[in-house]
Design a protein around this ligand. Structure first.
Ligand SMILES: *[C@@H]1O[C@H](CO)[C@@H](O)[C@H](O)[C@H]1NC(C)=O
Length: 269
């Protein structure tokens, strides 16, 4: 995220190159060695862009030997090599001035550019509850609160049973990355559901003005199942009556054609 500035450390790189060049004729005989020089620029935003710490880490063969710390305004050695190097850099006013300016030039600048896409980015969570039968014998059900598509990742998910917060039988997955900056988490409540119980999954997130509360009651699903059962039974019974009725009707019609007995006449006489 932060573009690294070379801070005039080119001369050490040149020195490494020189070593490499002098070694190159003997490279055929001895196994090649690595001369790896790396730098890492870090901006720490301790209070937005009002309080920034800039670190510039200098690493040789994977060992950090010195770093610049904007809190002190100087290079600080970490190894013997680093001490010599830091002394050299700290004795160069131009170099120090350049390093000290990075807080404004790199960190603050980047903060302003990236804030809309990072710090200010908000994506509200979607919440749904799914009930599954538990395998364990102690509790019959597992209610899972699926919370997804939220950013940033800080979130509070709470299970309430009959308005009372549940903590004992609540477990949670790790925070899962959706791969599009957003996150999801599944929070499970192991419970035994009785008639009249009500459950709430409450989600608090910085993208929301008020928490999202999703309710779940066994009644609604049970009565829906009962309604469906009633419908099926009614349909089956109805079908049986139609079939039986039709059979009787057709039989009596057949019988009627064989032995025509005009019923109306009987009524008239
Ligand atoms: C953070 O910075 C703001 C100015 O942007 C300042 O008003 C506030 O006091 C600072 N907070 C802390 C804890 O230093």
């Amino acid at each position: 995220m932060v573009s690294s500035q070379e801070l005039g450390i080119l001369h050490i790189t040149v020195r490494v190159m020189a070593v490499l060049l002098t070694l190159s004729p003997s490279l055929c005989e001895t196994p090649p060695e690595d001369f790896l020089y790396q730098t890492k620029s870090q901006c720490y935003y301790r209070n937005g862009s009002a309080d920034i710490r800039f670190l510039y880490r200098c690493i040789y063969n994977q060992e950090e030997f010195a770093y610049f710390d904007s809190d002190t305004g100087y290079f600080i050695p970490k190894t013997e090599l680093g001490r010599l190097q830091a002394d050299t850099w700290n004795s160069q006013p131009d170099l120090l001035e350049d390093a000290r300016a990075q807080v404004e030039r790199v960190c603050k600048h980047n903060y302003e550019i990236f804030t809309p896409y990072t710090i200010d980015k908000k994506s509200p969570p979607h919440v749904k509850i799914v009930n599954t039968r538990a395998v364990s014998l102690e509790y019959e059900n597992i209610l899972t609160c699926y919370v997804d598509s939220f950013f940033p990742f800080m979130i509070t998910v709470t299970w309430l049973k009959n308005g009372v917060e549940e903590t004992e039988q609540v477990t949670s997955t790790e925070l899962l990355q959706d791969g599009d900056w957003t996150y999801q988490i599944h929070v499970m409540l192991e419970t035994t559901i009785q008639h009249g119980d009500s459950f709430t999954c409450r989600v608090e997130h910085s993208s929301l003005e008020t928490p999202i509360s999703v309710h779940w009651e066994p009644d609604t699903s049970e009565s829906a199942r009962n309604l469906m059962l009633t419908g099926i039974v009614g349909f089956v019974l109805g079908s049986i009556f139609i079939v039986v009725g039709l059979t009787i009707y057709l039989r009596s019609k057949k019988a009627g054609t064989r032995f025509p007995v005009p019923q109306n006449e009987g009524l008239m006489s």
